[in-house]
Ligand binder design. Sequence first.
Ligand code: SAM
Length: 262
Amino acid sequence: MQGHQARRRFGQNFLADPHYVARIVDAIDPQPGQNLVEIGPGLGALTRPLIARCGHVHGVEIDRDLAARLAGEFTPAQLSLHVADALTFDFATLGERLRVVGNLPYNISSPLLFHLAQYDRQIVDLHVMLQKEVVARMTADPGTADYGRLTVMLQVKFAVRRLMVVPPGAFSPAPKIDSAVARLTPLGAARPAIADAALFARLVAAAFGQRRKTLRNALRELCAAPTLHAAGIDPSARGETLATADFVRLANLLAGAGADPG
Ligand code: SAM
């Protein structure tokens, strides 16, 4: 790979097929002057056409060797390099109206999405490549096997759409599984009001912690059956049957009621 030994610990599968690079960049449709941020620019497969189209990109790259190569290829006016771990990077420092792009390291995809979701108010959109099965979880409907914590935590903040599937042969080295590109667009004014974000996150995690359990049992620590009834939720149902709006209603009821010992 252009003299670079791919590092598995950094989830390095570089895009090598110009057809898919062009399709992804066309889907992003970067325009001059937009505030683009690429997570893990790597060897620059996406960075190059992004800069060609919009002039400047922020790149957050953890691998110092790759960062050094990128600094040699692009001027600071083209690429602002942040040699950092995207999982802890403060994206708020990059300003407003962020368009975030990334062929993400698959080993950290879920925690990275949770981290990025915190910045939904500064983000215009997110285009991410992930394992196809993770994109299936992000776009799932209630009552399906793919519907879970990731679905609910993202869909309360973003509209999520799968744009394309990318086969293993488009990468070097080739991963074992198909990938897919998703677009996440913040809900903005349509975003449901969540009174206590930490409580909401705990509730969703508990509801999906043991998928086989009824909500009465899964949520035992957080709320009692009468609270579920008050929120219009059947205590004998399973978490996967609740819509995101049900989780929001229940969490807001609990937040308003204070601690409910169950
Ligand atoms: N964008 C390039 C492409 O499409 O060919 C590289 C994609 S590769 C799947 C993932 C990139 O993310 C690598 O460059 C890797 O070094 C970088 N990376 C991995 N973990 C990271 C982290 N925690 N923070 C920032 N970058 C990371």
